[in-house]
Write a protein that binds this ligand. Sequence first.
Ligand SMILES: Cc1ncc(COP(=O)(O)O)c(C=O)c1O
Length: 416
Amino acid sequence: MEVLLSDMKTHGSATGAGAETLLDVAALRADTPGCEQVVHFNNAGCGLLAAPVLATMLDHLNLEARLGGYEAAAARAEQVRAFYTETAALINCAPGNIAFAGSATHAYATALSSIPFEAGDVILTTRNDFISNQIAFLSLRKRFGVRLVHAPDLPEGGVDVAAMAALMRAHRPRLVSATHIPTNSGLVQPIAEIGAHCRELGLLYLVDACQSVGQFPIDVAEIGCDLLTATCRKFLRGPRGSGFLYVSDRVLRDGYEPLFIDMHGSRWVSPDSYRPVESAARFEEWEFPYATVLGCAAAVRYARQVGVAAIARRTPALAARLRARLGDLAGVRLLDRGRTLGALVTFEVEGWQAEPFKAAMDAAGVNSALSFREFAQFDFADKDVEWCLRLSPHYYNTEDEVDRVADIVAGLRASP
Ligand SMILES: Cc1ncc(COP(=O)(O)O)c(C=O)c1O
């Protein structure tokens, strides 16, 4: 990685604001074994592992095989702690505000379970919250009788923040929730603007940053959220089966704790009482996939070394180039709407069904993903669409690959 970083060129003062780092894409690709195999435009599904991340994980599995699982974890205690320091530095909080989770969904459910909902409580969200979050809200409605309120969208797409703020004042929701970038389009929601209203009104605010972490800078202080969930496997390029939960000091101080807290998250201080630990470890469980945690630490370190600001310039720009190319094609309908768009490019192709189209992309050596109406009941109904193909490049993809992928889509259009 040192070699790789010294290969990157920095223009202007390295420390000054506005210093522009140009990524050495060739070096980054050389560091990414998958680049030799496929055109990977499914980073919104799972990013390709960088070589140091893979090596870290393999090394730990080898250590576990040689020393024993508990002993290997003890031997790597310092590197495990680095998961918290790296992730905290990535999103601008303290290590004690970070909990490791097996997935973003698990982090989200654990966070929700800490809120003592009562019948009639309102959850205020958007029309573009992630499918599993929406299902969790419906489950809370079924069990506890909470009410769900969805803020309207602007005509150009994305939540109408002024309308959402009016709903906050009218309903005083028990929880406000927003997904930064939904799984089903490139829309980037104005989460900091929403957060400013939550802070003004003292409302609990939960953000799903699953698709944005590793793609855009995430600053929890600027967002003003109480809780934030993310995965490590997508734009952070960490291993599968990993994620994290940010828990603010305010939430920790106010005594929020998950419904099922265990011997890691609390102390059993007398036969009939327990005391939650002070930090966000309260939201973790005792058992950890240590090779995965170490892989996540390596992935977050890697993203920070590459430079999140530089990634945030290059990655959405590759997506914009792809959108521009696809937008020129008759029979292709681009579906991304909103003032700001990230690196998820979604579209439908006239005359094609979902699975055959994806299979044709697979056959052409391009990794992609499908989204269906079920993933986005509000958004896809608004757009009157049943399915779309999602292409999600990352900084290690090239302009050439973008053009090749656009050419492949252009070629397929004519032959459903
Ligand atoms: C916006 C968003 N939130 C949450 C998730 C769920 O993440 P995980 O699969 O790690 O539970 C995803 C996964 O695609 C997502 O796109």
